[in-house]
Design a protein around this ligand. Structure first.
Ligand code: ATP
Length: 644
């Protein structure tokens, strides 16, 4: 069978799409990470040896495996509305939209319904089989037809165009190709293939390609594979761009990768994240005898600011989204804060709403009054102050491996603070419990959320992209008050309101996300803390995401009491909980600490996390809180159980 598959790839100059979907089918049959990785490695190796007519098929295959078309930050995404796909499937298979919808209600997976619908059809003409480049091009054309806009706002002519391309894709499909095309269009493959497995498999394939038929002692090969995987992971977290990494791997192998792919202004790197701590004592325990620094933890929005060689300033969000058009004021002011000899840089900073008259920080909510895109300078009512806390790149050189104390020195040397516009995060290097407590109080009085405590010197103070590191601790006032950390959960269901709220949803079903299993797992129902006006706004936001077909198969929920409507998992709520409990009707972390799931008691709505979304959670390695959430919920639960 292996040989047959290999022949499929080699026989054609272009990789057949069916070779990839065969691999997906195999992966779908198992949940074992090592088996998934080795199945994918075998396939990627074949493609690496024959990367198609233009040498680009390995890159296309890599993207198709994670259902993306280009780097995240370029904003071209798959994820087409169900209605449109149903329409295209109906037209392609000669069935009615209603028939498809009925099947969907029972089967629960549009991909499978489409595949079964095709199976019932008699094909008169044999069409040329699908190839990877053709599929990739069609998917890109579809995604580009709307850019970033949601499908619900689509114009009729672009709808027709999309349906046309989907038909072009579906007509030649055989077997499970239909299912995977449809799932790709929906935005999720749902075969349990996490991006970190892909990165490992890609590295392994390249190592095996380099080793070729050479016979290596067993231990040596294992060592090479492990080193290769580490190298590719490290490079990816600095330069999350397969367009650059895959060709570099094909050209120079693992050895050549580090030289060819380095942190580059214009390509956002995955930010370093912090671990929560519950008390000053815990900070001191963790950092005992080591040098550390405390910084204000500003309550704003993370901003990774790049200056490119041509002087252009680009601002990226925590999730690597290009936010430059939200901040025309920063694009104008930042160059004025840069010292003369600085040509290129990447800084890590917090953008905070600021009251210029009173010279004080404003709460995060003020920042959300600003539009997310295409802000005009003349319309700006809320000023933004940048507080820079790290320098990651300067004048052509990556600083990630330098100690924080040195990065901070270079940061302060390269930028000039400007009243009301740009400054450095306020810091204190004192290390006694009293000093920390005093600085924490001060930070709260100044309108911050608490402190970030960071290792200052030694190898433990390097910048670790995408890691939730123990070398960065967050100390929030909420933890100290015993309120616990907030959770960011995905809205998967809605319940209609009662009384005067019947025109909106009155409560929501929330879920955490397990990136490895690609599953949303319910964690609580939330119905308090919403004003009437907020419920109307949430209705407007969520109702276009209602799913005619009911619950998506990647949502794990107790079906004995389903919500009134199911949503496409997209919107993320930040909620606060006083308590976590075990519950048979919720699914979060089931099996991790108990047979029952973990659920949030008395959850209270704080805000919508616009800088986090469910889809990002699936594609980022560890960067997203939601992706790590299930484990963090389990961690929280264990910590709480121990404390009591
Ligand atoms: P997380 O980023 O940990 O997943 P989150 O997005 O909810 O969770 P917080 O728990 O509030 O964020 O803490 C980390 C965030 O704090 C950073 O992403 C950054 O935006 C912000 N921040 C404010 N001040 C600092 C600082 N001095 N150093 C680092 N981060 C800071």
């Amino acid at each position: 069978e292996e040989e047959e598959k290999s022949a499929k790839v080699t026989a054609s100059k272009l990789v057949p799409y069916s070779a990839l979907t065969d691999c997906f089918e195999e992966i779908d049959k198992t949940t074992k990470r090592t088996l998934i990785s080795s199945l994918l490695t075998t396939f990627l190796l074949k493609v690496a040896l024959n990367p198609g007519r233009d040498g680009g098929d390995l890159l296309r295959v890599v993207y198709l495996c994670i259902n993306r078309l280009c780097p995240d930050y370029m904003g071209i995404e798959l994820g087409i509305g169900e209605t449109l796909i149903i329409k295209a499937v109906a037209q392609c298979t000669g069935r009615s939209v209603q028939q498809i919808k009925n099947d969907l209600r029972t089967v629960g997976d549009l991909g499978l319904v489409a595949q079964q619908s095709r199976g019932k059809q008699k094909t008169l003409f044999k069409t040329a089989p699908l190839t990877v480049p053709f599929v990739f091009k069609c998917l890109t054309d579809i995604a580009k037809a709307t850019g970033n806009a949601t499908l619900h706002a689509l114009l009729p002519q672009s709808q027709a165009k999309k349906v046309g391309i989907i038909q072009k894709l579906l007509t030649p499909c055989t077997g499970s190709e239909t299912k995977f095309i449809v799932r790709s269009l929906e935005g999720k493959l749902r075969i349990g293939l996490a991006e970190k497995t892909l990165v490992t498999a890609l590295a392994h394939a390249i190592v095996l390609k380099e080793v070729g038929s050479k016979k290596l002692p067993e231990g040596k090969l294992a060592e090479k594979l492990a080193k290769g995987a580490d190298a590719v992971k490290a490079v990816y977290s600095e330069l999350p761009n397969y367009d650059l990494i895959v060709p570099a791997l094909l050209k120079g192998g693992i050895e050549g990768l580090k030289e060819a792919c380095k942190l580059t202004p214009g390509v956002p790197l995955k930010p370093m994240l912090a671990k929560p701590t519950k008390a000053i004592g815990e900070v001191l325990d963790r950092f005992e005898g080591k040098e550390f620094t405390c910084e204000y933890k500003y309550d704003g929005e993370r901003a990774q600011i790049h200056m490119l060689e041509d002087g252009q300033i680009v601002v990226f969000s925590r999730n690597s989204e290009n936010m430059s058009s939200k901040y025309p004021d920063l694009l104008e002011s930042i160059p004025r804060c840069v010292s003369k000899d600085v040509k290129t840089f990447v800084i890590d900073a917090e953008a905070v709403a600021y009251d210029i008259k009173e010279q004080k920080l404003l709460p995060f909510q003020q920042l959300t009054t600003r539009k997310r895109k295409d802000v005009r300078t003349e319309d700006i009512t809320v000023r933004v102050h940048i507080f820079a806390f790290d320098l990651l790149y300067l004048n052509g050189e990556s600083l990630l491996q330098k100690e924080l104390v040195e990065r901070r020195r270079l940061l302060q040397q390269s930028f000039r603070p400007m009243q009301g516009e740009f400054g450095f995060a306020k810091s204190s290097d004192g290390s006694s419990s009293e000093q920390i407590a005093e600085f924490l109080d001060e930070s709260i009085k100044d309108g911050c959320e608490g402190l970030m405590v960071k290792r200052l010197t030694s190898d433990d103070s390097t910048y670790e992209p995408s890691r939730r590191s123990i070398n960065w601790l967050k100390l929030k006032k909420d933890y100290l008050a015993g309120v616990g950390d907030s959770c960011d959960l995905v809205v998967v269901g809605g319940y209609y309101g009662k009384g005067k709220r019947t025109n909106t949803y009155g409560a929501f079903l929330l879920a955490c996300y397990d990136a490895d299993a690609e599953q949303f797992q319910t964690a609580c129902k939330i119905g308090t803390g919403f004003s009437d006006q907020m419920l109307v706004e949430l209705y407007n936001l969520l109702s276009p995401l209602e799913l005619a077909s009911g619950k998506r198969s990647d949502v794990q929920a107790d079906m004995s009491k389903p919500p009134d409507v199911w949503f496409e998992p997209k919107v993320v709520f930040e909620v606060l909980t006083a308590d976590l409990t075990l519950s048979p009707i919720y699914m979060a972390g089931q099996g991790l600490v108990d047979e029952r799931g973990i659920s949030l008691r008395f959850p209270r709505f704080i805000k919508i996390r616009e800088d986090k979304d469910a889809d990002d959670a699936t594609t980022s390695e560890q960067a997203s809180l939601t992706s790590a959430y299930i484990f963090r919920i389990a961690e929280f639960y264990e910590a709480q159980a121990l404390a009591s």
